[in-house]
Write a protein that binds this ligand. Sequence first.
Ligand SMILES: O=C(O)c1ccc(O)c(O)c1
Ligand SMILES: [Mg+2]
Length: 597
Amino acid sequence: MRRSIATVCVSGTLEDKLAAAAAAGFDGIEIFENDLVVSSLSPREVRERCADLGLTIELYQPFRDFEAMPDPLFRKNLDRAARKFEVMAELGVGTMLVCSSVHPEAVDDDDLAAGQLSDLSDLASDFGVRIAYEALAWGRHVSTWDHSWRIVQRADHPSLGLCLDSFHVLSREVDPAGIADITPGKIFFLQLADAPYLRMDVLQWSRHHRLFPGQGAFDLAGFVDLTLAAGYDGPLSLEVFNDVFRQADPARTAVDAMRSLIALEDAGLPGFPDLSGYAFTEFAVDANSGPELRGTLRGLGFAHTGQHRTKPVELWEQSGCRIVLNSAVARPQTAAITAFAISSADPSQSLQRAEALLAPAHPNVREPGEAELAAITAPDGTSVFVTDSANDWRNDFLPTGSTAAGAGLLGTDHLGLAQPFDHFDEAGLFYHSVLGLSPLSTEEYAAPFGLMRSRALTNKAGSIRLALSVSLLRRGDWAPAVSDPQHVAFTTADIVTTASALDLPRLSIPDNYYADLAARFALPDDFVSTLRSHGILYDRDSGGGELLHLYTPVLGGRVFFEILERRGGYDRFGEANAPVRMAAQRHSRLTSSSVRP
Ligand SMILES: O=C(O)c1ccc(O)c(O)c1
Ligand SMILES: [Mg+2]
């Protein structure tokens, strides 16, 4: 199907928006009137610009407060519409969106609404254009798709049809199933937007929190299927009002938007191969951060087991946990996770899928005989290597002869990656559509330095888990030095024994936390005192599954480690404990009071 995007979806001037839409591969655009009004391009120049860029102008919108008005206002409205039809003729656009009226003088009278829309459609047809009538979810008298359809049927005019906008339809209780029965040819336009379920005023919800398909909670695929059943064959057009997208790089947003449509259509995409787990996590280190990170890895029971044949790259291992330290990639001062590798049952299929979703792989620099490791770039800049299950990449490392003493760490459970403010929703869609990870419910919590949102994604097997987080507002200047924290979480089968074996500074967790824990979960005293003595945090889910986990202090400015034991099928990430972890990490930085047990 043709793919289109409303100019309101992306940031910038009209020129920026058109360039971004074209570069991302859209076939068409909706011109949002405000974007034209503030543009120095004349309508004719916009038309030419679009033609040069290979973009069709699919829709001019919105025309507001038209239907069911008292007579003098109706006449004014027709004059107003005639002027817009002239603009549309210059733009070369064939359809105008009329959204349902919010005007205080609009009358609750379907006959009047149908009659006036019919007169408008007569005028439109004189100009050779069509009217697509859209029920705004907060329209004064018309606020549901079925009501707008009754009015369109009553008007019975060949130049009048419906605009169905998934947000307005799915944000209301009216069952969308009847959309499939709309007369073929009467859906003139389709606008797609996803959104999280929020309990708030529907206008605010729509104007600030829309998302691209796959980023929210709505069933967009089901919605599109209903319109296809009704014979819709126009473009799939995105119309997303979103506060973050409005101020982010339009080129990036347009690619994110296109990815959402490709994933939604899911036509001929390579499938998702099974992912068996993390092959390794790679840190960039320098002369400052390297020694501290190596010391921490030793304290966690790791050994430096391999040295890369040609690069200043070290492999550190313990059982199924593998960390790569790379001194070749320039990073200032502090250690950072720059890459992770996942084992795929079919790496080339994983990479083909990524490419189809606009995340093309780039090969790593290698010497003859070294393993081919292609990486795709995640929205936060992290490289995601896709390896085969045979782990050929390990042959690039010469054994050092060291073996790990081990502290009972078995493998990598998850990575925690704070996301850049502008790219949180993009990241969720990226991991979902490219790697096939499914998001768990989004959690929000009040951390010491601001509100946080976290969204974890996992594959079905639970072998690849990612915990993404972001501050709800752009961080203020007061927020402390730790920015965009990242961590690797390792599993153990027995966290108390592992904790005793660690040779590391620990976070000191406040007694208040344990007092509250004991009260909330009615835990036995001796259990709580065991947790307390090792600085272990605790969470329990509604099914009785338990998480026992502990954290290291933050190394340098950014990274830390977690050790966890999941019991009884607990499959979350202990988000409830993030505030106490952050407060303790802050305390440890200020006082260096982390204690060796
Ligand atoms: O928020 C609005 O006013 C508005 C305008 C035009 C639309 O197509 C829409 O869905 C919402
Ligand atoms: Mg709309």
